[in-house]
Each structure stands twice: as C-alpha cells, then as structure tokens.
Design a protein around this ligand. Structure first.
Ligand SMILES: [Zn+2]
Length: 147
C-alpha cells in the first residue's frame, strides 16, 4: 500500500475516496459508519468544524435517484423486461447506491468545508482590495503615509 501524499494536504477527491483526514490525509475521518471522529488520530486536527448535517443525504439521494431512474428508464425502453425485473434491480440499486456513496460524499463535503475555511484565511490576509472593506489595514497605512 503506497501512500504517495504523506504529510501533504489531500485533495477533496482523495478524502472522499479514502475517508481520510482533510489535513494530513493519514488519519481516519470516521469513527463509525457515518459518525465523524472528534479529531484526527494522526495530526490531531479538530474535526468539530465539520458538520455537513443533511448535506450528504441530500446529494446522495438526488444523485443516486437520478442515475438509477435514468438507468431504469433506459432498460425499460431498450429491453422491456418484466415488471419483477425492475423490483429486483431498481430497489437494491437505490439502497446499495445510497449506502455505498453516503460515506465518500460526507467525506467530500467535510474536505470542502476544511479547504474553504483554509482559503478564507488566506484571502482575508491578502487585504488591500481598496473599497471592498477587506483592506482596512492597508488604507490606514495609506492615510498615515499621506500625513
Ligand atoms: Zn490528520
């Protein structure tokens, strides 16, 4: 098992695929099936910021619903199978599809939350955007230099 991104910040896709910590990419993100760990067991990142709430369920149900229903419609038109075929394929596909994707989708949303927070800090620290309200320190410095 080769981990190529040791101590590198993983992309949100990697976090989704591996359910790993969004900062170090090493620790575990979950302590249960869908219960987030309190903190990363490798780098100690506090995971209490991460609360996607109903986000994962919404994305998963919408996404899987569209994919499965599209497949169902395609199969129904092309193959015209008997109705029982749909019952034994569509419902398992919906259930397994939702269960199988909930975890990666939740991990992905947590990673997006983490990345967004990290970027917020960087953006504010750029400052100096003039009238935007973010460059207060810059404008104060300008005023001082005018005196
Ligand atoms: Zn970590």
């Amino acid at each position: 098992m080769a981990i190529e991104h040791f101590h590198d910040e993983p992309t949100s896709l990697e976090v989704a695929m591996r359910s790993c910590c969004p900062r170090c990419g090493e620790g575990k993100l979950f302590k249960g099936f869908l219960t987030l760990a309190d903190r990363c067991d490798r780098c100690g990142l506090d995971l209490s910021f991460a609360e996607p709430a109903d986000g994962p369920a919404f994305f998963v149900m919408t996404g899987i619903g569209i994919v499965v229903i599209a497949l169902f419609a395609w199969i129904a038109v092309v193959w015209q199978p008997p109705i029982w075929f749909h019952f034994v394929t569509v419902f398992p596909a919906l259930i397994l599809g939702c269960l199988g994707t909930l975890r990666p989708v939740k991990a992905w949303l947590v990673a997006e939350q983490y990345i967004h927070k990290a970027e917020e800090g960087q953006w504010a620290s750029l400052g100096g955007h003039g009238e935007g309200g973010f460059g207060l320190r810059g404008r104060a410095a300008e005023r001082q230099s005018e005196d």
